[in-house]
Design a protein around this ligand. Structure first.
Ligand SMILES: Cc1cc2nc3c(=O)[nH]c(=O)nc-3n(C[C@H](O)[C@H](O)[C@H](O)COP(=O)(O)OP(=O)(O)OC[C@H]3O[C@@H](n4cnc5c(N)ncnc54)[C@H](O)[C@@H]3O)c2cc1C
Length: 423
């Protein structure tokens, strides 16, 4: 067995805190630095409260470190899409024939649970309020936001789980001739909240992911345990139907009354929320390599930030944890072999889920109400029922199966061509 180095993780978000547990279970000493304060003691520093859809790949990683059951207590199953038309009529589309669900979970609640689970290990040491400013040759410089002072650390191996603007990725890209691109979507997003109803009840069906598809834009809503729904409006920044046009209370109310008439009546303080909550951008990050020698590695959003339309960003990051743990097993903890193997093996899947996520934006906002799309969906469902080993709907492959993302993308394309020819 190789001597195990101490591992420095940068970022105690979803992927960082989960991977720390994987590492501790393999006997590594882990130091995890996070710019925010500890969510267990300060909820207000944690950014916006959003919920995420957790599915098979995420569950599998949680199960591998014994956390599945704890997380399930926080999650609400969603069995399919509930499509809302302009008049508020609703149509249900199940995600799978066998009634499989994706699960709505609060990002903050999940992150807090993972930090707690990691902190239970003596080998994991959290350093909150440490904002990484720079990484030099063999030293990381942090600014301690509470103590207001600079702290320098000399790490052995640094794993960047520091999200889409990763400092570790920037360091790798200074050291090698990296292939890097970040592309921004012309749509931004804004979160809004549907309150609980009278007697603390849900105002919409809690076991569905609600979608208001409007071709060039859409609204979605996911349930929370406190009986509220978090809605996200995806809308272009500029143009006829855009955030640029929604600059007055009247304009916001008129837009919602026309496009989402049922939601309009469910959010009494709609315009207040609309103007108080920020409009945020969405981007896709592609980069290569994901490592440098046996010193630096990136995973999660740091390596492959994607747009959220397949509900797979976190799931992909959790799958990174499973894949890395398998490679550590295969190469007997030899990071000099594990790092390049992970970079090479996983990059194609990062690229594939980025493509799938962009394609799914069109499906969610437009195709779900298109007759040709529905006919293709019906056809593949029939074929899948007849021969599940030969056919599987793309959504099932991505969300509920062990197919790699790149296999799912390829197989999905081939199936699509065959089905188009059959119709
Ligand atoms: C609107 C929206 C909806 C989404 N919906 C889904 C969904 O339904 N399902 C799904 O699977 N995914 C979803 N995602 C994607 C998901 O949120 C991300 O993929 C996931 O959070 C990535 O986790 P991460 O740990 O890699 O990065 P992050 O969650 O970004 O965590 C990075 C951590 O690093 C810390 N950090 C950053 N910079 C520094 C620094 N310089 N020094 C110290 N610490 C630092 C941050 O504070 C943070 O804690 C969605 C994303 C968005 C924007």
């Amino acid at each position: 067995m190789m001597k195990k180095p101490s591992v420095t993780l940068l970022g105690a978000g979803l992927v960082g805190s989960l991977f720390a547990v994987f590492l501790a279970k393999r006997g590594f000493e882990v130091h995890i630095f996070e710019k925010r304060s500890d969510p267990r003691t300060s909820a207000k520093d944690q950014g916006r409260s959003i919920n995420l859809a957790l599915s098979h790949r995420g569950w599998k990683a949680l199960r591998a470190v014994g956390l599945e059951e704890e997380v399930r207590k926080l999650a609400i199953p969603m069995k399919g899409r509930m499509i809302h038309d302009h008049e508020g009529a609703q149509t249900f589309q199940a995600y799978s024939k066998e009634g499989k669900s994706i699960y709505s979970i609060s990002r903050l609640a999940l992150n807090t649970l993972l930090i707690e689970a990691a902190d239970a290990h003596d080998a994991i040491h959290f350093h909150f309020n440490h904002n990484c400013l720079a990484i030099q040759e063999d030293e990381i410089t942090f600014f301690h936001t509470k103590k207001q002072k600079i702290i320098r650390v000399k790490p052995q191996l640094v794993i960047g789980t520091d999200g889409a603007n990763s400092v570790v990725r920037k360091r790798i890209n200074q050291l090698v001739k990296a292939d890097f691109e970040e592309t921004f979507l012309e749509h931004g997003y804004k979160e809004l909240s549907i309150p609980a109803g009278e007697n603390n009840t849900f105002l919409l069906d809690p076991h569905a992911l609600h979608i208001w598809p409007r071709k060039q834009f859409m609204l979605i809503a996911l349930p929370n345990p406190d009986k509220t729904f978090t809605c996200t409006l995806f809308l272009a920044y500029e143009g006829e139907r855009s955030f640029d046009q929604l600059t007055s209370v009247e304009a916001v109310n008129a837009f919602f009354a026309q496009e989402f008439s049922d939601v309009h009546t469910l959010i009494p303080d709609l315009s207040k929320q609309f103007f108080e909550n920020p409009t945020s951008f969405l981007s896709t990050v592609k980069t290569y390599p994901w490592h440098y020698e046996d010193k630096f590695l990136i995973m999660g959003d740091a390596a492959h930030a994607i747009v959220p339309f397949y509900g797979q960003g976190m799931n992909a990051g959790f799958e990174d944890c499973s894949v890395l743990a398998e490679l550590l097993e295969e190469y007997r903890n030899d990071w000099s072999k594990v790092l390049p193997a992970f970079s090479k093996h996983r990059k194609k899947d990062g690229d594939a889920i980025a493509t799938l996520a962009l394609n799914n934006f069109v499906e969610m906002r437009d195709s779900v109400i298109d007759e040709h799309f529905l006919a293709k969906k019906q056809k593949i469902a029939e074929l899948y029922e007849q021969d599940p080993n030969k056919w599987m709907p793309l959504y099932e492959m991505v969300t509920f199966s062990d197919y790699s993302y790149s296999e799912a993308l390829q197989k999905g394309k081939e199936q699509e061509q065959k089905i188009v020819a059959m119709l």
